[in-house]
Design a binder for this molecule. Sequence first.
Ligand code: GDP
Ligand code: MN
Length: 384
Amino acid sequence: MKLHEYQAKELLARYGAPTPRSGGVASTPEEVEAAVEALGGRGVLKAQVHTGGRGKAGGIKVAESPAQARELAQSMLGMLLKTHQSPQGERVLKLLVEEPIQIVQEYYIGIVPDRARQCNVIIASAMGGMDIETVAEEHPEAVVHVAVDPAVGLRDFHARMAVYGAGIPAEHAKAAAAFVKTLYAAYDACDANMAEINPLAVTSDGRLVAADAKMVIDDNALYRHADMEAWKEESEEDPIEAEAHRRGIQYVRLGGDIGVIGNGAGLVMSTLDEVARAGGKAANFLDIGGGARAETVRNSLEVVLLDPNVRGVLFNIFGGITRGDEVAKGILEATSAMDIRVPMVVRLAGTRAAEGRALLEGSPLTPAETMQEAAARVVELAYA
Ligand code: GDP
Ligand code: MN
């Protein structure tokens, strides 16, 4: 689960890492104005989206007064923020409001697992403020890696190696090493598999603060962090995927225009290939699982049709324990109660498939026998 900056900073602060004074996160211009007021009249407004490069894209603005904060918030909230990392853009729904800091120097500190070495690796550089990938490419000598065996944990020498190796000057070395320790503690305790502070900022009054923070929490460890439950929904980037997960449906949006519904992940994957081979672009992956009762079919179809790009739907059902005629009944029952304006092709194979196909005769659904035939047919009908 990707965390937003304000969430990552909340965790960091819990572990004692210095962050800028926060006025909280706000989703209306009024709340932003009040937050800037509470901070003493000035504030930085930062778009809470899952992409870096916000600064250059207009996602970070300094307000000199509460009134100006309100005005800026009006234009920022609801905007589609397009960055070099996210050219399709991300909608800005929340702004983090913080005390403005005067930055005189920017460092970089990150932690990621190295699976091959079974270690965590601290990545540090005195050249913060830009993409670490760019720094690593253009100035590889400016980036240092320090492996930490998780069984041993972080020791002072690891933090010192990271800080001195990065070339962080002596006057900030102590504070930077202390920062590395708190960051590692937060990373470890929160089951993160990525933490990145870029920039770790030196302020004009000589403090070191995390001006930006990115963290990703291991999804498989989320059950251990009940306090992060509320953040789950906000981390869903695609609203249709979020809705599918709310309904307990295995759905992944793929960006094309042919909706795909099948039983079994492997079968759905090969259906995606067949759609591509037939010259179409799949809109999604959806594994309906076993059974395929009318209720499940309706739910799945509703989710697929939430995507406005869908021009045709392909059902690919292999009947094993699930009988083909039962599935056909489920599909008929579900679709007869819905107002569907796109062509639908149903491929049924396996147990009682012929009976199932017979049931579909005379309905608006086009039956098909093989996966190849079904894919070709749906592409033909959708693009007609
Ligand atoms: P990113 O562009 O999405 O990585 O967002 P950051 O939070 O890293 O901000 C980008 C840049 O904006 C930073 O490198 C800083 O130079 C600048 N910035 C961010 N917050 C502040 C702030 O409070 N004061 C000042 N002066 N600059 C800031
Ligand atoms: Mn940043």
